[in-house]
Design a protein around this ligand. Structure first.
Ligand SMILES: [Fe+2]
Length: 69
């Protein structure tokens, strides 16, 4: 369920950013980008819970992050 929620939130980020790129109205563009940023926070919230509840995912995530240094 957490992964599906993350996918939904990431999809929302893409949709709002695409909409922002399509409008010529600067006020609407700013609102859409603000909403996209809120959706990114939602992604982070679900990802945090996933890392807290899925030890295998946490280990893979940590190993990958350390290997990238
Ligand atoms: Fe959301």
């Amino acid at each position: 369920m957490l992964r599906a929620a993350m996918i939904a939130e990431l999809d929302a980020v893409n949709i709002y950013e695409q909409m922002a790129n399509l409008t010529k109205n600067e006020k609407i563009r700013k609102i859409l980008l603000d909403i996209a940023r809120e959706e990114k926070i939602h992604v982070a919230m679900f990802e945090t819970v996933l890392l807290q509840t899925d030890r295998e995912f946490l280990k893979i995530y940590a190993d990958y992050a350390l290997a990238r240094r």
